[in-house]
Design a protein around this ligand. Structure first.
Ligand code: CTP
Ligand code: CA
Length: 223
């Protein structure tokens, strides 16, 4: 059943996708995370797989799983875990897409015991995580394509273009949270794609599966 209906347009290409949130431990029973469902990343993985690509997903904690057992699945928890897995897999990847919502900050220390309720306020010091995508950007070789996602709530385009350049990406997919029904936890998404060569594409509001399909077709045109 695995190979039935698989196309060949991405045959021979290795695609690496990060998906979902990360969880940053506070103590043995608590963590900091975000609302990413992982659905966009999984939809992309399935779309690439169905076109014949060799697909690996580095997945933060999520309830979604890909429909196809032929997709390599590397589960991780924290931003540090995701960083290590990405650095390990990146060199052998032709196309890398960071769709994960990586935590920007993590607790400086993880309490070894459950933090007990005492004062009325509690402060937890946080430190920046490594920007995985920017790190991959500095390691990218000329045959490799690197694509990021951006989530913005204001000055969307300017911020996305800044990330495209700063992280040395070939393209960035801007998630428009302003559009009704788009974004975290929703089944639909509206995205704009900006490339380092100055192309811009706007995809209308549609299911994440349909967006994934269109993105894969768009990337195909850059090969
Ligand atoms: N990203 C990453 N490592 C991080 C943070 C983000 O690889 N520690 C990646 C995301 O997977 C995404 C891209 O960087 O592909 C942009 O993420 P986003 O959160 O929109 O931007 P940041 O650079 O984290 O900046 P900010 O959250 O302040 O907008
Ligand atoms: Ca961020």
């Amino acid at each position: 059943v695995e190979n039935v209906g698989r196309g060949r347009s991405w045959q021979g290409e290795k695609v690496l996708i990060s998906a979902g949130p990360t969880q940053e431990a506070i103590d043995p029973v608590r963590y900091i995370s975000n609302h990413s469902s992982g659905k966009m990343g999984i939809s992309l993985a399935e779309a690439f797989y169905l076109q014949g690509a060799h697909v690996t997903v580095i997945a933060g904690p999520m309830s979604f799983k890909p429909k196809f057992s032929g997709i390599n699945w590397i589960p991780v928890v924290s931003a540090k875990d995701m960083e290590q897995a990405c650095l390990r897999e990146f060199p052998s990847s032709d196309w890398t897409i960071m769709a994960a919502a990586v935590a920007d900050y993590r607790p400086v220390t993880v309490a070894s015991e459950k933090i007990k309720k005492k004062e009325n306020t509690l402060e937890i010091s946080l430190e920046k995580t490594t920007d995985i995508l920017a790190t991959l950007g500095t390691q990218k070789r000329s045959h490799q394509k690197l694509i990021g996602f951006a989530l913005e709530t204001e000055n969307e385009e300017a911020h996305a273009l800044d990330k495209l350049q700063r992280k040395k990406l070939d393209a960035i997919v801007l998630n428009s949270l302003k559009e009704l029904g788009a974004g975290f936890g929703m089944d639909t998404n509206q995205v704009h794609v900006f490339t380092s060569s100055g192309e811009r594409h706007s995809l209308s509001l549609k299911s994440k599966e349909a967006i994934a399909q269109e993105l894969v077709n768009l990337f195909q045109s850059w090969k």
